[in-house]
Design a binder for this molecule. Structure first.
Ligand SMILES: Cc1cc2nc3c(=O)[nH]c(=O)nc-3n(C[C@H](O)[C@H](O)[C@H](O)COP(=O)(O)OP(=O)(O)OC[C@H]3O[C@@H](n4cnc5c(N)ncnc54)[C@H](O)[C@@H]3O)c2cc1C
Length: 397
């Protein structure tokens, strides 16, 4: 396993880091905890600087207007972009658009690419992904009530979804709906493009999460589909292939999620250390003198480094044997890195005292936004189950 980072990747990462420090963090300081729409003009100015620097869409191949970074280069970029909640947005690498771009590139028809991918990659529109339902356990996604029934050359969609991230202001949804109810469980659902201005598409509300309902990209919506009609040509890939499309994205995508979480942990760690040396408990007696804080710093340093090596190893294994054969490594990092991140954010908040729970630092936003990391893309318990079952296979009598 090669741990060296190629020279040109290091140069690129430094450029990303500089843009983050010089352009994104000042916007964060001004707009953190405020209405996302108020931050948009400033964020759009940063987006232009990112384009000018040739770093727009780091995750997307050059033929679609991106930087065309390799899997590992992009993973390391994710760590840098996640240092601010606005980072990914400024580079047009934000969830859920980045995942939807990947789906359109891999499974979209030429017409779908022209109509939806082009404006998505240019930053003219946003999108969202609508799969989880309030009435069904999202951990078992084959259990789904939303249906898309074929009538002539249209699908008629009825259903109830929630936690559709960034639906507020999105131009279209990639919807998971049951199209083939009599097929095997993993072949029942399809992914369908639904324009959000379709008659019958009702965005009920932005769901308040820990006191924050958010606006625009910074939100999660509840949605009802009442007899929404879309042409059959809005189907992505084959009918019944919804899960295999979702799966194709999820495995390698978890490496990027985990690298983002490491970026969040690193930023929180920096803030913890800065506060430890600058906060005096008494004259010339900074918090950093206390062994408890030193323990947090040492434990966090070791844990973040361990988490990063675990993620890089999982990425290396995906490269060598494919995502399917790296299932244990992928599931291990999903629950392990999320936990490490939350521990580091929590210690950083504690080090800041009351300031830590205000919106004067980014820590409270990280704490609120990232608690979901232990739930989405498979809750901790599901991933631990995958790891344990696989390990135990070797011990069967
Ligand atoms: C911040 C955030 C953003 C999201 N964005 C989107 C989005 O854009 N689009 C979308 O469609 N969905 C989205 N989701 C929803 C997410 O995919 C679901 O929350 C997730 O799949 C879990 O489903 P659930 O919430 O219904 O929990 P449930 O399935 O009801 O599970 C509840 C709990 O049960 C336990 N559990 C579940 N399965 C097992 C098991 N096998 N063994 C032991 N214990 C278990 C776990 O502790 C779990 O937390 C988002 C969620 C969050 C938090």
């Amino acid at each position: 396993m090669d741990f060296s980072i190629p020279e040109e990747t290091q140069v690129m990462l430094k450029r990303v880091r500089k843009l983050m420090d010089d352009e994104v963090l000042p916007v964060e300081r001004e707009y953190l905890g405020k209405n996302f729409l108020d931050a948009l003009p400033a964020l759009n100015r940063v987006r232009q600087k990112v384009r000018d620097a040739g770093l727009w869409l780091p995750q997307i191949p050059r033929q679609y207007g991106g930087v065309g970074l390799g899997f590992m280069e992009y993973a390391m970029t994710c760590e840098q972009l996640a240092r601010s909640p606005f980072g990914n947005y400024c580079f047009n690498a934000q969830a859920p658009d980045a995942g939807n771009m990947e789906i359109l590139i891999e499974f979209g028809s030429e017409e779908q690419k022209e109509q939806w991918l082009k404006p998505l990659t240019s930053g003219a529109i946003r999108s969202c992904f609508s799969m989880t339902e309030p009435g069904r356990a999202g951990s078992n996604p084959v259990h789904m009530d939303t249906v898309a029934v074929r009538e002539g050359d249209e699908f008629v969609i009825n259903g109830h979804k929630w936690f559709t991230t960034s639906a507020d202001g999105a131009a279209f949804v990639i919807l998971m709906a049951v199209t083939n109810p009599d097929a095997a469980p993993h072949q029942r659902a399809s992914q369908i493009i639904v324009p959000t201005n379709s008659p019958g598409f009702e965005r009920v509300r932005n769901i308040s999460c820990m006191g924050h309902a958010g606006h625009d990209w910074d939100s999660h919506s509840e949605i009802r589909y009442h007899d929404v009609r879309v042409p059959v040509s809005n189907l992505l890939g084959e009918e019944g292939s919804g899960f295999s499309i979702a799966q194709a994205r999820l495995g390698p995508g978890r490496i990027h999620h985990c690298m983002r979480w490491i970026g969040i942990a690193e930023r929180s760690f920096e803030l913890m250390c800065q506060r430890a040396v600058s906060r005096d408990l008494a004259p010339d007696d900074p918090l950093a003198n206390r062994q408890t804080v030193q323990n947090w710093i040492a434990e966090s340093r070791a844990a973040i480094d361990a988490a990063r090596f675990l993620v890089l190893h999982a990425a290396w294994k995906i490269d060598k044997v494919g995502a399917k054969n790296a299932r244990v490594e992928i599931s291990s990092i999903k629950f392990y890195v999320a936990r490490i991140m939350m521990q580091v954010v929590d210690r950083a908040i504690q080090t800041h005292g009351a300031l830590g729970i205000t919106d004067d630092t980014v820590l409270s936003t990280f704490y609120r936004n990232e608690r979901g990391s232990r739930i989405y893309d498979g809750p901790d318990e599901v991933h631990r189950g995958v790891v344990a079952r696989q390990v135990l296979k070797e011990y069967q009598l």
